[in-house]
Design a protein around this ligand. Structure first.
Ligand code: ADP
Length: 314
């Protein structure tokens, strides 16, 4: 049987000084899958990516890329993978094509093969028109696309994208997402992406893991993660202490263990109750200044599990 594209078993990283950044995580990613790693700052995402890309040595446990143990066979693991870092690595003074050619040579891709690959990748990433311009003249979004093109030149079986859309304006972000979504069509490549943007994770990822304080706290398809919160949510803007209102609603049987507060906002997944019942109880208690109902989103899943506000995580 083919090994998983990525297989992580009881992986741990304790930095000198005793900081336990990753506390024993397990997951596997199938070939061709797009897998998301989400979590607030300090959750352990970069450390995990660092171990998978062989720049950080695990304290214990194993991680394999296409069967190659990253600690025992780092060169083999690197040979079948590529990383797109947050920091640019392309040379601004050279043209896009020259950057790609140099990278191809680094990977010992034969010249005519490199030419064909670069043409195909430039076409896939919508770079054909600008690939002969110096990178210094590229917009931020175009440069990001070139960074991805660079990573694809070696035809990786596993591609790591570390927060690919951070800091981009909405249009450029949408364009880049479209390009990344296009990579899903390539069944031979597995993508692991880290992001703070939940809409992005929902759109791109077949499955995702939410990591918090060095542990995976949820792992499933975006749809299944949302389904855990039921079909409907009541959201209250609370007068006074949201936590004590939550306790009252728990005592009345309206709120379950998965209800949570962020500041003065209280979010209550309803499950077996109707919104009418919930609103009646809230009105009777006289504790809310605003009340609304909606369907659960991935943000709710994330906020419930990480206990952090997105603003802090971004
Ligand atoms: P994320 O990428 O999710 O923001 P990180 O993996 O960067 O999380 O960090 C996880 C934890 O490990 C944090 O507490 C961070 O301060 C700590 N950490 C990261 N890098 C180092 C390092 N080189 N030395 C010591 N502690 C580190």
């Amino acid at each position: 049987m083919d090994p998983h594209a990525i297989e992580v078993r009881r992986l741990r990283k304790t930095y000198p000084g005793g900081i336990e950044a990753v506390k024993g995580i397990d997951f596997e990613v199938a070939s061709g899958e797009v897998f998301g790693l989400l979590g607030p700052n300090g959750a352990g995402k970069s450390t995990t990516i660092g171990m998978l890309t062989t720049t950080i040595s695990p304290t214990s446990g194993t991680a394999r890329l296409a069967g190659f143990d990253v600690a025992k066979h780092p060169l083999a693991a690197r040979r079948i993978s590529s990383v797109v870092f947050q920091e640019p690595v392309v040379d601004r003074s050279l043209t896009g094509r020259r950057n790609l050619e140099i990278h191809a040579r680094l990977w010992a891709v034969e010249e005519s093969e490199a030419k064909a690959r670069i043409a195909e990748i430039a076409d896939t990433l919508g770079l054909s028109e600008l690939v002969d311009r110096p990178v210094g003249t590229f917009s931020g979004g175009e440069r990001r696309r070139l960074e991805i093109a660079r990573a694809l030149v070696s035809q990786p079986r596993v591609l790591f994208l570390d927060e690919p859309t951070v800091g981009l304006d909405p249009r450029i972000r949408a364009e880049l997402l479209d390009v990344i979504a296009g990579l899903r069509a390539r069944n031979d490549m597995t993508v692991l992406v880290t992001t703070h943007y939940l809409d992005e994770a929902e759109r791109l990822c077949d499955r995702l893991a939410i990591i918090h304080s060095g542990r995976i706290v949820a792992l499933d398809t975006p749809t299944a993660l949302r389904a855990d919160l039921g079909r409907e949510i009541v959201e209250l803007r609370v007068n006074g202490d949201a936590r004590s209102v939550l306790e009252s609603l728990r005592k009345r049987g309206i709120a379950g263990d998965d209800a949570f507060t962020v500041g003065s906002t209280l979010t209550v997944p309803l499950h077996e109750h109707t919104s009418g019942e919930a609103i009646a109880v809230v009105s009777e208690l006289g504790v809310a200044s605003a009340i609304s109902t909606r369907q659960p989103t991935l943000d709710d899943v994330y906020l419930r599990l990480t206990g952090d506000r997105l603003a802090e995580a971004a």
